[in-house]
Design a protein. Structure first.
Length: 228
């Protein structure tokens, strides 16, 4: 039953993305200053939102693990971190494509870009660290602490636009009174694609969660076998 639900959500999110692509590519007009390349924003911005959301939930799961020592919290933390890292790579890749067209270079060491890259490296290090520790309890404790402190890089990356006004454009979405808003049709499509990507991320997370639980059971069985 669970697998059928995941398949249904995956199919629905896939169809949703196809519908969004049709609107993005064929119905929405070009942006006045950037032209057609601005459309990459519909994956770049939702990708970062999804990534940061996954890292935030992973941090909460890590806090819960340290409080309750619940193995399920550790499973959620690693699954969410892997999803967040996937969408971080999406954000970096789409940003580089946009920069190549608009700035003429693939990369500049702008504070926002630099901290986004540092954020990716930190969470990639978190995933590699887990592979080096065999004992589940010790791995869970150390990984939880790293995950909590790693979220500082997410906060800095998010706030870097406000803290350093440099080459990177300002925030696309703003809900502050008096600030200029996007065209409603363009802004609405950002949310549509975010919903689709979030649903897809949820499917990936649940699949990875099942694999992590299976791996934990196999490790427990292996330790039991060695103790005989």
């Amino acid at each position: 039953m669970k697998n059928k639900i995941l398949m249904a959500v995956a199919l629905a999110s896939g169809l949703y993305l196809v519908r969004n692509l049709y609107v993005i590519l064929l119905q929405l007009p070009d942006e006045a200053a950037q032209g057609a390349i601005y459309r990459i924003m519909y994956f770049h911005v939702p990708g970062w939102i999804t990534s940061f959301s996954a890292y935030f939930l992973a941090g909460l799961a890590s806090v819960w693990y340290l409080i309750k020592r619940d193995p399920r919290a550790d499973e959620y933390a690693v699954a969410l971190t892997e999803v967040g890292t996937i969408f971080t790579m999406l954000g970096l890749a789409t940003g580089m494509v946009w920069a190549r067209i608009i700035w003429g270079v693939w990369w500049v060491w702008d504070p926002r870009l630099t901290w986004a890259f540092i954020c990716f490296l930190i969470y990639a290090g978190y995933l590699m660290l887990r592979k080096t520790i065999d004992e589940p309890g010790q791995r869970g404790r150390i990984a939880a602490v790293v995950s909590i402190f790693a979220f500082v890089s997410v906060i800095i990356t998010y706030k870097s636009i406000d803290w350093w006004r440099t080459q990177h454009p300002g925030a696309v979405l703003s809900f502050r009174a008096g600030e200029q808003r996007m065209d409603p049709a363009m802004e609405g499509m950002l949310f549509h694609n975010w919903f689709a990507l979030t649903a897809f991320a949820g499917v990936i997370m649940m699949l990875r969660l099942g694999q992590e639980r299976m791996q934990r059971e196999l490790d427990a069985l292996r330790r039991y076998t060695h103790s005989l």
